[in-house]
Write a protein of this length. Structure first.
Length: 71
């Protein structure tokens, strides 16, 4: 699994050639946890995957800021 900063595409491709598939996720301290993660076997390089159930997200149309809320 990958976390912290986005993993460079070249590194993801290198791992993939070795048969290792990295599941990337996204979260932030303000959410107290991970909010998005790629599902095993459904990796898409450069994607953090779908949001967990109950997590709403959007990009602010003016600033491009990631905005999320959850219960």
């Amino acid at each position: 699994a990958g976390g912290a900063a986005p993993m460079p595409m070249a590194l993801l491709q290198w791992y993939s050639r070795l048969g290792l598939h990295i599941n990337e996720g996204y979260g932030m301290t303000e959410n107290l946890a991970v909010s998005h993660i790629t599902e095993p076997g459904k990796n898409q390089q450069g994607s953090v995957g779908p949001a967990y159930e109950g997590v709403e997200h959007r990009l602010d149309p003016q600033t491009g800021e990631i905005q999320m809320r959850s219960p």
